[in-house]
Write a new protein. Structure first.
Length: 125
């Protein structure tokens, strides 16, 4: 989740994201490969560190004979998610979904303080 470093370990910024049974099956399969590492995608040099953006960028450069080089970056997935989900919310006339999309991306909506967003435990509207 995208957060300032000092907020990453603050329980007030945590949130649960439900997963389909298929997604859970994939994550369990990955765990077989990563073993006891605390990360599903560990760093190649140390399993105690997460995979870096640079590793994912290298993957894009090497995939399909370099076809994705300079076309996709790791942060681009956040932008793609936001675009697709906001378009869908607009098509379905579900303006309230924008708040949930912001929550998933760890964005603080306009007009709400970061502390209110982090600690308010009633549904955000």
């Amino acid at each position: 989740m995208k957060l300032e470093l000092e907020d990453k370990f603050n329980p007030g910024f945590g949130h649960d994201v439900p997963l389909s049974s298929q997604a859970v099956d994939v994550l369990r399969a990955i765990r077989v490969v990563t073993g006891t590492s605390p990360y599903l995608f560990p760093n190649a040099k140390s399993s105690r560190e997460p995979m870096t953006d640079a590793a994912v960028s290298c993957m894009y450069k090497r995939m399909a004979n370099g076809r994705f080089k300079n076309r996709m970056v790791p942060h681009g997935w956040r932008s793609a998610f936001s675009t697709v989900m906001n378009e869908r919310a607009a098509e379905l006339e579900r303006d309230g979904d924008r708040v949930m999309i912001d929550m998933i991306l760890a964005h603080v909506p306009e007009g709400v303080s970061a502390s209110e967003w982090a600690y308010k435990r009633v549904p955000h509207r």
